[in-house]
Design a protein around this ligand. Sequence first.
Ligand code: ASP
Ligand code: MG
Length: 410
Amino acid sequence: MSLIVQKYGGTSVGSVERIKNVAKKIKKAVDSGNKVVVVSSAMSGETDRLLALTRELSARPDPREQDMVVSTGEQVAIGLIAIALKEIGIDAVSLTGWQVPIYTDDAHTKARIRKIETGRIQEELEKGKVVIVAGFQGIDSFGDITTLGRGGSDTTAVALAAALKADVCEIYTDVAGVYTADPRIVENARKIPVISYEEMMEMASLGSKVMQIRSVEFAAKYGVRIHVKSSFIEEEGTWIVEENEEMEKIAVRGISHELKESKITVVKVPDKPGIAAKLFRALGDNNIVVDMIVQNVSHEGYTDISFTVNKVDADFAEEIAREVAEEVGASGVERNDRIAKISVVGLGMKTHAGTAGKMFEVLYREGINIYAISTSEIKISCLIDEKYAELAVRALHEAFIENQETIVVE
Ligand code: ASP
Ligand code: MG
């Protein structure tokens, strides 16, 4: 008998009909002799709707109260799934984050899971029930409801799978797996059968929206085997597992793109020690995550510092940058919301030279200017004008994925 954690995304539970379909899938796993723990997101569009309500009342709602509101979407979904299961003869019980309980820190709207007590879940499983847990939410040490950031149900599922030592964590979604590029943009994009945690983490953080990045970090840390698959078609999806040597044979596993960032530039900053520290400490103190940072070469004692943040944080980040700019005597702050970050990702880059050069060459051939570059051992990202995003993704996919010559032959 296996213990399976199944996570259903918003579109999978987007209507009563779809919830019935989910109930059938759960029943199938139960009938095959498995113990099943289900994690559900809110019905599709619900979290956005709830967030919009809070925004009608305040431009920056109190984070504790925002969590109180948006966490309700998952509560509805799990109750409905439990009802649907009972209707087809499967005993089930739904649990909110605080009923489990799933303890988090108190960083409302982006809390991190600290500890999961599995006693209640184990008890219910022993009674032969399917346990359905609300994704995305937890409880902090003050007893307040917290949420884990957008897409946080993935993290709930993986964390539960780790805590329960589940055999597999199945992530059911509206796509058939993880693709070599966004199939809506690249016609020849292919499903990746197996990908390493490391590559998936990069792809998730670089815009491939299949899973929340934190959930993959969690999976890597605890060795949770993940299977991402469609909740609408029956076929193997993408396995996310420990890396192995076989995986290094391909230089580039996938191409990611991200349109969700804004670039903010502090212009003509006096080039002296401590200024970058002041700026980025101020951003950090306000919980703003900075992605790329570029500091230009100094001219006559002045320099420009550019950085990118999620568009959601851009207004606030700009405000903070303006305050710091004034304080340190910079000449001003500029902002560009029309940028895209295009990345190539692959474990094979560790052993395969020339990927960066080839990437820049492909962009150059298409006449695309690069604003900033960042690299890690297994990825290269370029910041470009948003209007060239699709062109860049297609050209890079053709060069690296469709073109066989990039496969390393030892
Ligand atoms: N409902 C939440 C969201 O939309 C969490 C999730 O779907 O994973 O972000
Ligand atoms: Mg999701």
